[in-house]
Write a protein that binds this ligand. Structure first.
Ligand code: FAD
Ligand code: SF4
Ligand code: SF4
Length: 395
Protein backbone atom coordinates (compact mmCIF):
# COMPACT_ATOMS: atom_id res chain seq x y z
CA UNK A 1 0.00 0.00 0.00
CA UNK A 2 1.31 3.42 -0.91
CA UNK A 3 1.83 5.72 2.04
CA UNK A 4 2.09 9.49 2.02
CA UNK A 5 3.70 11.76 4.54
CA UNK A 6 1.16 14.08 6.17
CA UNK A 7 2.01 17.21 8.10
CA UNK A 8 -0.25 17.63 11.17
CA UNK A 9 -0.53 19.88 14.22
CA UNK A 10 -0.89 18.28 17.63
CA UNK A 11 -4.00 19.94 19.16
CA UNK A 12 -3.08 18.82 22.67
CA UNK A 13 0.13 20.90 22.61
CA UNK A 14 -0.81 23.77 20.27
CA UNK A 15 -1.42 27.09 22.06
CA UNK A 16 -3.30 28.62 19.09
CA UNK A 17 -0.81 31.46 18.75
CA UNK A 18 -1.15 31.86 14.94
CA UNK A 19 2.64 31.97 14.44
CA UNK A 20 2.63 29.06 11.97
CA UNK A 21 -0.18 30.51 9.90
CA UNK A 22 1.77 33.76 9.58
CA UNK A 23 4.96 31.85 8.70
CA UNK A 24 3.50 29.65 5.95
CA UNK A 25 4.33 31.26 2.59
CA UNK A 26 1.54 29.46 0.71
CA UNK A 27 -1.41 29.62 3.15
CA UNK A 28 -1.43 25.88 3.78
CA UNK A 29 -2.34 26.45 7.44
CA UNK A 30 -5.82 27.40 8.52
CA UNK A 31 -7.82 27.40 11.74
CA UNK A 32 -11.26 27.54 13.28
CA UNK A 33 -12.25 28.36 16.88
CA UNK A 34 -10.94 24.98 17.98
CA UNK A 35 -7.80 24.05 16.04
CA UNK A 36 -4.94 25.02 13.76
CA UNK A 37 -4.51 22.52 10.92
CA UNK A 38 -2.41 21.91 7.80
CA UNK A 39 -4.09 21.33 4.44
CA UNK A 40 -2.55 18.19 2.97
CA UNK A 41 -3.35 19.28 -0.59
CA UNK A 42 -1.45 22.55 -0.17
CA UNK A 43 1.51 21.81 2.12
CA UNK A 44 4.83 21.53 0.26
CA UNK A 45 6.89 20.54 3.32
CA UNK A 46 9.04 23.66 3.00
CA UNK A 47 9.52 23.67 6.82
CA UNK A 48 9.20 27.45 7.19
CA UNK A 49 6.64 26.97 9.95
CA UNK A 50 8.67 24.51 12.05
CA UNK A 51 11.21 26.58 13.94
CA UNK A 52 8.95 29.58 14.79
CA UNK A 53 6.40 27.32 16.57
CA UNK A 54 6.98 27.82 20.32
CA UNK A 55 5.61 24.44 21.38
CA UNK A 56 6.68 21.98 18.70
CA UNK A 57 3.00 21.13 18.03
CA UNK A 58 3.63 21.88 14.35
CA UNK A 59 6.36 19.25 14.08
CA UNK A 60 3.93 16.30 13.82
CA UNK A 61 4.18 13.96 10.86
CA UNK A 62 2.41 10.75 9.97
CA UNK A 63 2.70 8.18 7.20
CA UNK A 64 -0.85 7.74 6.02
CA UNK A 65 -2.66 5.64 3.47
CA UNK A 66 -5.47 8.21 3.26
CA UNK A 67 -4.66 11.79 4.28
CA UNK A 68 -6.90 13.36 6.88
CA UNK A 69 -8.96 16.23 5.51
CA UNK A 70 -8.92 19.75 6.89
CA UNK A 71 -12.52 19.25 8.06
CA UNK A 72 -11.58 16.13 10.03
CA UNK A 73 -8.56 17.79 11.65
CA UNK A 74 -10.57 20.83 12.69
CA UNK A 75 -12.61 18.66 15.08
CA UNK A 76 -9.73 16.85 16.82
CA UNK A 77 -8.93 17.13 20.53
CA UNK A 78 -5.83 14.95 20.10
CA UNK A 79 -3.87 13.48 17.22
CA UNK A 80 -5.53 10.22 16.22
CA UNK A 81 -3.76 6.89 16.46
CA UNK A 82 -1.70 5.81 13.47
CA UNK A 83 -3.79 4.67 10.56
CA UNK A 84 -3.82 0.90 10.30
CA UNK A 85 -5.25 -1.27 7.60
CA UNK A 86 -5.40 -5.01 7.12
CA UNK A 87 -3.76 -4.56 3.76
CA UNK A 88 -0.75 -2.77 5.25
CA UNK A 89 2.12 -4.99 6.23
CA UNK A 90 3.76 -3.56 9.32
CA UNK A 91 7.27 -4.02 7.94
CA UNK A 92 6.40 -2.15 4.76
CA UNK A 93 4.95 0.70 6.78
CA UNK A 94 8.06 0.93 8.90
CA UNK A 95 10.34 0.96 5.86
CA UNK A 96 8.34 3.64 4.10
CA UNK A 97 8.07 5.80 7.19
CA UNK A 98 11.81 5.67 7.75
CA UNK A 99 12.45 6.63 4.12
CA UNK A 100 10.02 9.56 4.25
CA UNK A 101 11.34 10.87 7.51
CA UNK A 102 14.97 10.57 6.47
CA UNK A 103 14.23 13.01 3.68
CA UNK A 104 12.36 15.36 6.02
CA UNK A 105 14.88 15.22 8.84
CA UNK A 106 17.60 17.20 7.07
CA UNK A 107 15.19 19.95 6.10
CA UNK A 108 13.62 20.22 9.58
CA UNK A 109 16.78 20.36 11.53
CA UNK A 110 18.51 22.78 9.16
CA UNK A 111 16.14 25.49 10.35
CA UNK A 112 16.31 24.74 14.07
CA UNK A 113 19.67 25.88 15.30
CA UNK A 114 20.49 26.25 18.98
CA UNK A 115 23.90 27.55 20.09
CA UNK A 116 26.59 24.98 19.35
CA UNK A 117 27.55 24.55 23.01
CA UNK A 118 24.01 24.35 24.42
CA UNK A 119 23.17 20.93 25.86
CA UNK A 120 20.41 18.94 24.20
CA UNK A 121 17.14 19.90 25.88
CA UNK A 122 14.50 17.44 27.03
CA UNK A 123 11.18 18.03 25.25
CA UNK A 124 7.51 17.12 25.75
CA UNK A 125 8.06 14.83 28.73
CA UNK A 126 4.62 15.71 30.09
CA UNK A 127 1.48 16.26 28.02
CA UNK A 128 -2.11 17.34 28.57
CA UNK A 129 -3.11 13.70 28.99
CA UNK A 130 -0.16 12.96 31.26
CA UNK A 131 0.83 16.20 33.02
CA UNK A 132 3.33 16.63 35.84
CA UNK A 133 2.03 17.85 39.19
CA UNK A 134 3.81 20.74 40.86
CA UNK A 135 3.08 22.54 44.11
CA UNK A 136 3.30 26.32 44.48
CA UNK A 137 6.22 27.08 46.78
CA UNK A 138 5.78 30.86 46.57
CA UNK A 139 3.91 33.59 44.68
CA UNK A 140 5.30 37.13 45.10
CA UNK A 141 4.35 40.36 43.38
CA UNK A 142 7.50 41.87 41.85
CA UNK A 143 6.09 45.10 40.47
CA UNK A 144 5.37 48.09 42.65
CA UNK A 145 2.18 47.80 44.71
CA UNK A 146 0.96 51.09 43.21
CA UNK A 147 1.63 50.01 39.61
CA UNK A 148 -1.32 48.75 37.53
CA UNK A 149 1.02 46.09 36.09
CA UNK A 150 0.78 43.01 38.29
CA UNK A 151 3.75 40.75 37.56
CA UNK A 152 4.41 37.78 39.83
CA UNK A 153 7.41 35.63 40.62
CA UNK A 154 5.94 32.16 41.07
CA UNK A 155 7.99 29.20 42.27
CA UNK A 156 6.80 25.68 41.46
CA UNK A 157 8.15 22.65 43.29
CA UNK A 158 8.11 19.31 41.48
CA UNK A 159 8.80 17.16 44.56
CA UNK A 160 9.87 13.69 43.45
CA UNK A 161 8.84 14.22 39.80
CA UNK A 162 11.72 14.65 37.38
CA UNK A 163 11.25 17.82 35.27
CA UNK A 164 14.62 18.64 33.66
CA UNK A 165 14.83 22.08 32.03
CA UNK A 166 17.37 24.42 30.48
CA UNK A 167 17.53 28.20 30.59
CA UNK A 168 15.43 29.62 27.72
CA UNK A 169 12.86 26.80 27.73
CA UNK A 170 9.19 27.21 28.66
CA UNK A 171 6.64 25.10 30.46
CA UNK A 172 2.94 24.70 29.76
CA UNK A 173 0.27 25.26 32.39
CA UNK A 174 -3.14 23.60 32.26
CA UNK A 175 -5.68 26.05 33.64
CA UNK A 176 -8.56 24.14 35.27
CA UNK A 177 -12.08 24.33 33.86
CA UNK A 178 -13.45 24.64 30.36
CA UNK A 179 -13.83 27.29 27.71
CA UNK A 180 -17.16 28.59 26.41
CA UNK A 181 -17.42 25.56 24.08
CA UNK A 182 -17.12 23.11 26.94
CA UNK A 183 -13.58 22.07 25.92
CA UNK A 184 -10.70 22.00 28.41
CA UNK A 185 -8.70 25.25 28.23
CA UNK A 186 -5.68 24.88 26.00
CA UNK A 187 -2.27 25.16 27.60
CA UNK A 188 -0.56 28.49 28.32
CA UNK A 189 3.21 28.77 27.95
CA UNK A 190 5.49 30.50 30.47
CA UNK A 191 9.26 31.00 30.17
CA UNK A 192 11.38 29.53 32.91
CA UNK A 193 12.98 32.30 34.96
CA UNK A 194 15.42 30.17 36.96
CA UNK A 195 18.53 28.20 35.98
CA UNK A 196 18.55 24.48 35.22
CA UNK A 197 19.52 23.50 38.77
CA UNK A 198 16.53 25.26 40.30
CA UNK A 199 15.46 28.58 41.76
CA UNK A 200 17.53 27.52 44.74
CA UNK A 201 20.48 25.33 43.74
CA UNK A 202 19.66 21.65 43.65
CA UNK A 203 16.04 22.02 44.65
CA UNK A 204 13.63 20.37 42.25
CA UNK A 205 11.86 23.64 41.53
CA UNK A 206 11.65 26.41 38.98
CA UNK A 207 10.49 30.03 38.83
CA UNK A 208 8.13 31.78 36.43
CA UNK A 209 7.51 35.50 35.78
CA UNK A 210 3.83 35.96 35.02
CA UNK A 211 1.92 39.11 34.15
CA UNK A 212 -1.76 39.21 35.06
CA UNK A 213 -3.61 39.91 31.80
CA UNK A 214 -6.71 42.08 32.22
CA UNK A 215 -8.45 43.76 29.31
CA UNK A 216 -11.42 45.80 30.53
CA UNK A 217 -13.79 43.26 32.05
CA UNK A 218 -12.00 40.28 30.50
CA UNK A 219 -9.48 38.45 32.62
CA UNK A 220 -6.91 36.27 30.85
CA UNK A 221 -7.59 32.65 31.82
CA UNK A 222 -4.10 31.29 32.41
CA UNK A 223 -2.35 34.35 33.82
CA UNK A 224 -5.11 35.11 36.34
CA UNK A 225 -5.25 31.48 37.41
CA UNK A 226 -1.49 31.49 37.99
CA UNK A 227 -1.31 34.93 39.62
CA UNK A 228 -4.08 33.96 42.11
CA UNK A 229 -2.38 30.74 43.23
CA UNK A 230 -1.51 30.34 46.92
CA UNK A 231 1.42 28.54 48.46
CA UNK A 232 0.62 24.81 48.58
CA UNK A 233 -1.78 24.83 45.57
CA UNK A 234 -1.29 22.11 42.98
CA UNK A 235 -0.68 22.97 39.31
CA UNK A 236 -0.71 20.67 36.25
CA UNK A 237 2.33 21.25 34.06
CA UNK A 238 3.29 20.12 30.54
CA UNK A 239 6.52 20.37 28.62
CA UNK A 240 9.29 21.29 28.70
CA UNK A 241 9.11 23.22 25.41
CA UNK A 242 11.69 25.02 23.28
CA UNK A 243 14.82 23.77 21.59
CA UNK A 244 16.52 26.82 20.12
CA UNK A 245 16.28 29.74 22.58
CA UNK A 246 19.01 28.15 24.71
CA UNK A 247 22.11 29.73 26.15
CA UNK A 248 25.63 28.77 25.06
CA UNK A 249 27.39 26.76 27.73
CA UNK A 250 30.94 28.05 27.16
CA UNK A 251 32.21 30.88 29.38
CA UNK A 252 33.81 32.75 26.45
CA UNK A 253 30.36 33.47 24.98
CA UNK A 254 29.27 37.11 25.03
CA UNK A 255 25.52 37.35 25.55
CA UNK A 256 23.45 40.36 24.49
CA UNK A 257 19.95 40.17 26.01
CA UNK A 258 17.12 42.50 25.00
CA UNK A 259 13.75 42.21 26.74
CA UNK A 260 10.56 44.00 27.63
CA UNK A 261 8.14 43.13 30.46
CA UNK A 262 8.04 39.43 31.29
CA UNK A 263 10.64 38.85 28.56
CA UNK A 264 13.00 39.39 31.50
CA UNK A 265 12.26 35.80 32.61
CA UNK A 266 14.66 33.85 30.37
CA UNK A 267 17.29 36.58 30.78
CA UNK A 268 17.11 36.10 34.55
CA UNK A 269 17.59 32.36 34.07
CA UNK A 270 20.63 32.82 31.81
CA UNK A 271 22.19 35.46 34.05
CA UNK A 272 21.75 33.30 37.16
CA UNK A 273 23.25 30.31 35.36
CA UNK A 274 26.34 32.33 34.39
CA UNK A 275 26.63 33.74 37.90
CA UNK A 276 26.41 30.30 39.52
CA UNK A 277 28.73 28.43 37.17
CA UNK A 278 31.08 31.00 35.60
CA UNK A 279 31.00 34.15 37.76
CA UNK A 280 34.41 35.22 36.35
CA UNK A 281 33.69 34.21 32.75
CA UNK A 282 35.71 36.08 30.11
CA UNK A 283 32.54 36.42 28.00
CA UNK A 284 30.58 39.64 28.53
CA UNK A 285 26.91 39.95 29.48
CA UNK A 286 24.97 42.97 28.25
CA UNK A 287 21.31 43.35 29.22
CA UNK A 288 18.74 45.81 27.83
CA UNK A 289 15.39 45.86 29.65
CA UNK A 290 12.43 48.08 28.96
CA UNK A 291 9.39 48.96 31.07
CA UNK A 292 7.11 51.94 31.53
CA UNK A 293 8.53 52.86 34.95
CA UNK A 294 10.92 51.30 37.49
CA UNK A 295 7.80 50.18 39.41
CA UNK A 296 6.68 48.16 36.36
CA UNK A 297 10.08 46.54 35.82
CA UNK A 298 10.20 42.95 37.06
CA UNK A 299 13.23 42.28 39.29
CA UNK A 300 14.16 45.99 39.37
CA UNK A 301 15.68 45.79 42.87
CA UNK A 302 17.83 42.66 42.33
CA UNK A 303 18.95 43.91 38.89
CA UNK A 304 20.40 47.06 40.38
CA UNK A 305 22.48 45.02 42.79
CA UNK A 306 24.27 42.94 40.12
CA UNK A 307 27.99 43.78 39.98
CA UNK A 308 28.93 46.02 36.99
CA UNK A 309 31.94 43.88 36.16
CA UNK A 310 29.66 40.82 35.88
CA UNK A 311 26.89 42.32 33.72
CA UNK A 312 26.26 45.59 31.93
CA UNK A 313 22.60 46.38 32.81
CA UNK A 314 20.77 49.01 30.73
CA UNK A 315 17.25 49.91 31.86
CA UNK A 316 14.95 52.11 29.78
CA UNK A 317 11.70 53.65 30.91
CA UNK A 318 9.05 55.05 28.61
CA UNK A 319 6.64 56.76 31.06
CA UNK A 320 8.72 58.78 33.48
CA UNK A 321 7.18 62.10 34.45
CA UNK A 322 10.50 63.96 34.63
CA UNK A 323 12.41 62.54 31.66
CA UNK A 324 11.92 61.89 27.93
CA UNK A 325 10.57 58.51 26.81
CA UNK A 326 13.28 55.95 26.32
CA UNK A 327 12.68 52.51 24.75
CA UNK A 328 15.15 49.62 24.62
CA UNK A 329 16.04 50.45 21.03
CA UNK A 330 16.92 54.07 22.01
CA UNK A 331 19.19 52.77 24.71
CA UNK A 332 20.81 50.33 22.29
CA UNK A 333 21.69 53.26 20.03
CA UNK A 334 23.28 55.08 22.97
CA UNK A 335 25.37 52.01 23.77
CA UNK A 336 26.17 51.47 20.07
CA UNK A 337 29.94 51.53 20.51
CA UNK A 338 29.92 48.67 23.04
CA UNK A 339 27.30 46.73 21.08
CA UNK A 340 29.25 46.97 17.83
CA UNK A 341 32.43 45.75 19.57
CA UNK A 342 30.55 42.67 20.80
CA UNK A 343 28.86 42.06 17.43
CA UNK A 344 32.28 41.87 15.76
CA UNK A 345 33.04 38.70 17.72
CA UNK A 346 31.80 35.34 16.46
CA UNK A 347 31.47 34.39 20.12
CA UNK A 348 28.54 36.80 20.59
CA UNK A 349 24.96 35.54 21.00
CA UNK A 350 21.80 37.67 20.87
CA UNK A 351 18.51 36.93 22.69
CA UNK A 352 15.35 39.02 22.24
CA UNK A 353 12.25 38.29 24.32
CA UNK A 354 9.03 40.11 25.11
CA UNK A 355 5.90 41.36 23.45
CA UNK A 356 5.21 40.60 19.80
CA UNK A 357 6.20 43.57 17.72
CA UNK A 358 9.38 44.50 19.65
CA UNK A 359 11.58 42.50 17.27
CA UNK A 360 11.35 45.00 14.42
CA UNK A 361 12.53 48.00 16.47
CA UNK A 362 15.37 45.99 18.02
CA UNK A 363 16.53 44.75 14.61
CA UNK A 364 16.45 48.30 13.29
CA UNK A 365 18.64 49.36 16.22
CA UNK A 366 21.16 46.64 15.46
CA UNK A 367 21.09 47.72 11.82
CA UNK A 368 21.62 51.39 12.77
CA UNK A 369 24.38 50.61 15.26
CA UNK A 370 26.18 48.52 12.63
CA UNK A 371 25.70 50.94 9.74
CA UNK A 372 27.21 53.79 11.79
CA UNK A 373 30.33 51.70 12.36
CA UNK A 374 30.86 50.10 8.96
CA UNK A 375 29.38 46.69 9.82
CA UNK A 376 27.04 44.97 7.37
CA UNK A 377 24.04 44.06 9.56
CA UNK A 378 21.99 42.07 6.98
CA UNK A 379 24.81 39.62 6.31
CA UNK A 380 25.85 39.54 9.99
CA UNK A 381 22.29 38.81 11.09
CA UNK A 382 21.93 36.03 8.51
CA UNK A 383 25.23 34.51 9.59
CA UNK A 384 24.27 34.75 13.28
CA UNK A 385 20.95 32.99 12.64
CA UNK A 386 22.61 30.24 10.63
CA UNK A 387 25.17 29.61 13.35
CA UNK A 388 22.63 29.58 16.23
CA UNK A 389 23.71 32.99 17.58
CA UNK A 390 20.53 35.08 17.11
CA UNK A 391 17.34 34.11 18.90
CA UNK A 392 13.93 35.73 19.18
CA UNK A 393 10.99 34.71 21.34
CA UNK A 394 8.05 37.07 21.29
CA UNK A 395 4.44 36.46 22.26
C1 FAD B 1 6.98 30.96 24.25
C2 FAD B 1 6.10 31.78 25.14
C3 FAD B 1 6.56 32.18 26.37
C4 FAD B 1 5.75 32.96 27.20
N1 FAD B 1 6.25 33.36 28.39
C5 FAD B 1 5.51 34.14 29.20
C6 FAD B 1 6.04 34.59 30.45
O1 FAD B 1 7.17 34.26 30.83
N2 FAD B 1 5.24 35.36 31.22
C7 FAD B 1 3.98 35.75 30.83
O2 FAD B 1 3.31 36.45 31.60
N3 FAD B 1 3.46 35.33 29.65
C8 FAD B 1 4.19 34.52 28.84
N4 FAD B 1 3.66 34.10 27.65
C9 FAD B 1 2.26 34.47 27.31
C10 FAD B 1 1.29 33.46 27.98
O3 FAD B 1 1.47 32.19 27.40
C11 FAD B 1 -0.16 33.82 27.81
O4 FAD B 1 -0.42 34.05 26.45
C12 FAD B 1 -0.57 35.05 28.63
O5 FAD B 1 -0.36 34.78 30.01
C13 FAD B 1 -2.05 35.37 28.41
O6 FAD B 1 -2.79 34.21 28.67
P1 FAD B 1 -4.17 34.27 29.43
O7 FAD B 1 -4.70 32.89 29.48
O8 FAD B 1 -4.07 35.00 30.73
O9 FAD B 1 -5.05 35.17 28.48
P2 FAD B 1 -6.16 34.62 27.47
O10 FAD B 1 -7.33 34.14 28.22
O11 FAD B 1 -5.50 33.69 26.52
O12 FAD B 1 -6.52 35.97 26.75
C14 FAD B 1 -5.56 36.60 25.90
C15 FAD B 1 -6.12 37.91 25.37
O13 FAD B 1 -7.35 37.71 24.73
C16 FAD B 1 -8.35 38.53 25.31
N5 FAD B 1 -9.58 37.74 25.44
C17 FAD B 1 -9.74 36.60 26.14
N6 FAD B 1 -11.00 36.17 26.06
C18 FAD B 1 -11.68 37.07 25.27
C19 FAD B 1 -13.02 37.19 24.81
N7 FAD B 1 -13.95 36.29 25.15
N8 FAD B 1 -13.33 38.25 24.01
C20 FAD B 1 -12.41 39.15 23.68
N9 FAD B 1 -11.13 39.10 24.08
C21 FAD B 1 -10.76 38.07 24.87
C22 FAD B 1 -7.84 38.87 26.70
O14 FAD B 1 -8.32 40.10 27.14
C23 FAD B 1 -6.37 38.91 26.47
O15 FAD B 1 -5.99 40.18 26.01
C24 FAD B 1 4.44 33.32 26.80
C25 FAD B 1 3.96 32.89 25.56
C26 FAD B 1 4.77 32.14 24.73
C27 FAD B 1 4.24 31.71 23.40
S1 SF4 C 1 1.60 26.49 18.92
FE1 SF4 C 1 2.67 26.02 17.01
S2 SF4 C 1 1.19 24.86 15.84
FE2 SF4 C 1 0.02 25.91 17.42
S3 SF4 C 1 -0.66 27.85 16.46
FE3 SF4 C 1 1.28 28.27 17.54
S4 SF4 C 1 2.84 28.00 15.92
FE4 SF4 C 1 0.95 27.00 15.18
S1 SF4 D 1 5.75 23.00 5.85
FE1 SF4 D 1 5.75 24.89 4.57
S2 SF4 D 1 3.95 24.66 3.25
FE2 SF4 D 1 3.70 23.16 4.90
S3 SF4 D 1 2.48 24.22 6.41
FE3 SF4 D 1 4.61 24.54 6.99
S4 SF4 D 1 5.20 26.51 6.04
FE4 SF4 D 1 3.27 25.81 5.05
Amino acid sequence: MELQRQHLIDPAICIRCNTCEEACPIDAITHNDLNYVVDFDKCESCMHCISPCPTGAIDSWRAVAKPWSVEEQLTWDDLPDDQEGDAVEEEDVDREIVAMFDVAEGKDRAKIIPPKTAPKPKLHLYSRNKPAKAVVAGNYRITDKDSDTDIRHIVLDFGATSFPVLEGQSIGILPPGEDEKGKPHHIRLYSIASPRDGERPNRNNLALTIKRVVDGDIKGVGSNYMCDLKKGDEVLVTGPFGQTFLMPDHPEANIIMVATGTGAAPMRAMTMRRQRVHPDAPGKLMLFLGARTPGDQPYFGPLKKLPKEFIDVNLSFSRMADQPKEYVQDRMHKEGEKLAELLKSNNTYVYICGLKGMEKGVEESFAGVCAARGLDWPSLEAEMKESGRYHVETY
